[in-house]
Ligand binder design. Structure first.
Ligand code: UD1
Length: 419
């Protein structure tokens, strides 16, 4: 197990290049299984979740090769319509996309109940309900979830809750179904639009991604020999924007889509930070005291739950009291106990946390409790007085590429140590 040792008190300044979006990559890689051909994906983030999916695709008979650090070629012509290996699929959350992709291509899919970060209950009833409307039968037993259909027939599906995963999974299951599927009350995150753009680029007919209703006209097949570049990671960009604020630094965030970060930019300005929109990059700085503010996490275009712990670090040192209301995940305040070890004054109960700003955080030994909490705690260690140690950093490696190198280039003093 690796850990980080971090020398604190650093003001982060310089440039950082944002990688391709984790949440788009973990959906688009399974989506290539729908293609009876070869696909080249560029701007793929080199992170552990992506490596696990590539291993799963290989176990299913696809040939996967990396032609450079961020380019993957997937040849799905010899796909075996077999069950995905349980020990691999149950390790991470996004393995549920194999259900939609394999159901679409093979009409049968079985994966281990998806694992991943512990953020509280993570039901997938909207996924299975959608598959059943298309004509599949689904079942859960012995730690596995399976879905089978003789034929998939397009139909209207109305989601009871707005779910990123269910929206993408039903797109995957319906692109090769017979007839038209209409998905209502869908999620609108940028990576959903990216999945739809990818599938359309290989011949799917998906309209309306990014709005409340998505319409999919089923096609007979998707074409190979195509190259697609994955969208920049909105959450990684937001993490560095918030690192600039918390450290009272000045960071040029290159290769991002500023529009995807509007809800965060508005909050940073409210908090006293400065944002310069340079088209495909953002400069974020903060010279003054951080103003307190209130946050409620919501589906896109609302404030992303995946940036909630990172903004929590800035609010922990704001000049007054802030409140965060977490409306998506029930256990997303575990990082606040860790910040309190550093002298923060945060009281979290249920879906609400009250942040009474303190002047300074002080070094401590901390445990990442999940991916985004890990990124937030790393920022806290970088700005705290003294030398901190951060454990459980495999969570961070799941979703951030070379995070310590990127922070080091901005002036942070971080060492990775293998124990
Ligand atoms: C995705 C993201 C995750 C992010 C989350 C919310 C990926 C790989 N992960 O997760 O990083 O935190 O969106 O933006 O893209 N729900 C149900 N039934 C379902 C599905 C979801 O009730 O069948 C509920 C969940 O309990 C949760 C809410 O809907 O309260 C949102 O979940 P969802 O958008 O599905 O999250 P994920 O796709 O798992």
């Amino acid at each position: 197990m690796d850990k980080f040792i971090i020398e604190g008190n650093t003001k982060l300044c310089g440039e950082v290049e944002i990688s391709g979006a984790k949440n788009a990559a973990v959906a688009i890689l399974p989506a290539t299984l729908l293609i009876d051909g070869i696909t080249t994906l560029e701007n793929v983030p080199n992170i552990s979740d992506v490596k696990i999916i590539c291993n799963i695709l290989e176990a299913l008979g696809a040939k996967v090769s990396w032609t450079d650090e961020h380019t993957v070629v997937i040849d799905s012509r010899d796909l075996k319509c077999v069950n995905a290996p349980l020990e691999m699929t149950s390790k991470f959350r996004a393995s549920y996309y194999l259900l939609g992709a394999l159901l679409g291509r093979c009409h049968h899919a079985e994966v281990g109940i998806p694992g991943g970060c512990n953020l509280g209950a993570r039901p997938i009833d909207q996924h299975t309900k959608g598959f059943e409307v298309l004509g599949a039968t689904t079942s859960v037993s012995q730690g596995k979830i399976s879905a089978s259909a003789k034929k998939l027939i397009g139909a209207p599906i109305y989601f009871d809750v707005v779910s990123v995963g269910a929206t993408i999974n039903l797109i995957l299951a319906s692109v090769l179904a017979k007839g038209t599927t209409t998905l209502d009350n869908v999620a609108k995150e940028p990576h959903i639009v990216d999945v739809a753009n990818f599938l359309n680029s290989v011949g799917a007919e998906i309209r309306g991604a990014g709005t409340d209703t998505i319409k999919i006209n089923g096609v007979q097949s998707l074409s190979g020999n195509h190259t697609y570049s994955i969208v920049p990671d909105q959450i990684e960009a937001g993490t560095f924007m918030l690192a600039a604020v918390a450290s009272k630094g000045n960071i040029l965030i290159k290769n991002c889509i500023p529009e995807h970060l509007d809800s965060l930019s508005a909050k940073i300005i409210e908090m006293g930070g400065k944002i310069e929109d340079l088209g495909d990059s953002l400069r974020v700085s903060c010279n003054s005291k951080i103003n307190p503010t209130n946050i409620k996490t919501l589906p896109y275009p609302g404030f992303p739950t995946d940036l909630q712990p990172q903004i929590g670090v800035s609010l922990a040192i704001a000049n007054g009291t802030s409140i965060i209301n977490e409306s998506i995940w029930e256990s997303r305040f575990q990082y606040t106990d860790e910040l309190n070890k550093m002298g923060a004054q945060i009281t979290a109960q249920g879906k609400t946390a009250v942040f009474k700003g303190v002047k300074k955080l002080t070094a401590a030994h901390l445990y990442a409790t999940d991916l985004r909490a890990g990124a937030a705690l790393l920022i806290a260690c970088i700005i705290a007085d003294g030398q901190s140690e951060l454990y459980n950093i495999h969570y961070i490696d799941r979703g951030y590429e070379h995070i310590e190198d990127k922070f080091r280039k901005l002036g942070a003093k971080i060492k990775r140590v293998s124990e």
